[in-house]
Design a protein around this ligand. Structure first.
Ligand SMILES: NC(=O)c1ccc[n+]([C@@H]2O[C@H](COP(=O)([O-])OP(=O)(O)OC[C@H]3O[C@@H](n4cnc5c(N)ncnc54)[C@H](OP(=O)(O)O)[C@@H]3O)[C@@H](O)[C@H]2O)c1
Length: 314
């Protein structure tokens, strides 16, 4: 079964049913409670912890790239933490983002080289706005990776964390970074913009809708800010806490799931001029929802965001 058919099957059946067909919850207990460094069983899987150790032991500062200042939202676990670890090991200055003080302490322990940690729970839009203020008080960033995401919680909360928060941070962080990266998903293909819902209470916004929002937002920002590099990245279905939400099964390569973000952040060679792309493993994704590259759909989304939040993207 290919990655594409797996994703479509998972979307159609519900990922839980898919996981139940392919893997047992008890096989290895990779995402279940274990006390370990890097939060195995609490905020990370064994796979992420193993990859963090690989980065720690093998990745060294680069002599070929300028040192960048990079902010990664949701860098306390999963592929956000892996991208942070890798970029730190390459010698960049990385500011992490945590939802609360406890998670900030966790990431300071896991990644002691982080330059700073900004704090805000993206489920609460007041905290997202306060987070933008914290970011604006720091020296300007070269790169911001909008990575934080939620899955398997109430739809209104999904809308806040995955869609409205990246929009607010994009609008309120000033000046913008030179490069913006937005984490989307292949599951965006099953989504709709649902603009009335977005303007309303968001009760019917799904994860797939939120990932269509963020991909379309990325392309809208790329069109409005031609002087910077703005891209959306689908990381694949990878074995993080989110990837294992419905059971310990994920078909895609974990390292490939964060290296596109690293590549865009470093901005070397092929990544130097890339903007306005929906990328999968450093290549333009061929199957993308029609709304993503549609200027009218982008403008309609921005208008709905502005109406909902009272904040306009300039
Ligand atoms: N894993 C996959 O298969 C997959 C597939 C497609 C797309 N993605 C996307 O990739 C991104 C990273 O996912 P992942 O797999 O690395 O997930 P993960 O392991 O669950 O990590 C998510 C990160 O985001 C943070 N976060 C979540 N909600 C937050 C909130 N309300 N406020 C502040 N921080 C928050 C988490 O903090 P805590 O640790 O405190 O929860 C964690 O640091 C997401 O945008 C996701 O939608 C993942």
């Amino acid at each position: 079964m290919t990655r594409r058919t797996l994703l479509i099957s998972a979307a159609a059946l519900g990922a839980g049913a898919m996981a139940a067909c392919t893997s047992s919850q008890s096989d290895g207990g990779k995402a279940t409670a274990r006390s370990d460094r890097f939060g195995v069983g609490t905020y990370n899987t064994q796979e992420v912890a193993d990859e963090l150790r690989y980065v720690e032991e093998n990745i060294r500062p680069s002599t070929e790239t300028d040192t960048k200042r990079i902010l990664i939202t949701g860098s306390t676990g999963g592929i956000g933490q892996l991208a942070a670890a890798y970029l730190l090991a390459r010698g960049h200055s990385v500011v992490a983002h945590a939802r609360n003080e406890q998670r900030a302490a966790d990431v300071r322990r896991d990644l002691p080289a982080v330059a700073d940690v900004v704090i805000g729970d993206l489920l609460d839009l007041d905290q997202t706005r306060a987070l933008a203020t914290q970011i604006n008080e720091l020296p300007r960033f070269d790169v911001i990776i909008h990575n934080a995401g939620e899955y398997g919680i109430a739809n209104r909360e999904i809308l806040n964390a995955n869609s409205l928060s990246p929009y607010l941070l994009t609008s309120l962080v000033n000046p913008s970074a030179d490069a913006l990266v937005y984490l989307t998903s292949d599951l965006h293909l099953g989504g709709d913009l649902e603009l009335d819902e977005l303007r309303g209470d968001g009760a019917d916004i799904t994860y797939d809708d939120s990932k269509l929002h963020v991909a379309t937002l990325a392309m809208a920002v790329a069109r409005r800010r031609p002087d910077i590099r703005v891209n959306a990245v689908a990381p694949g279905w990878v074995p993080t806490k989110m990837g294992f939400h419905n059971g310990p099964y994920a078909p895609d390569d974990l390292r490939a799931g964060y290296m596109t973000q690293v590549w865009l952040a470093e901005g070397n060679e092929g990544a130097r001029r890339i903007t306005g792309n929906f990328l999968f493993h450093q290549k333009p994704e061929t199957q993308v929802h029609t709304a993503v590259h549609d200027p009218q759909a982008q403008d309609d989304l921005l208008a709905a965001y502005a109406q909902r939040t009272g904040t306009t993207l300039t």
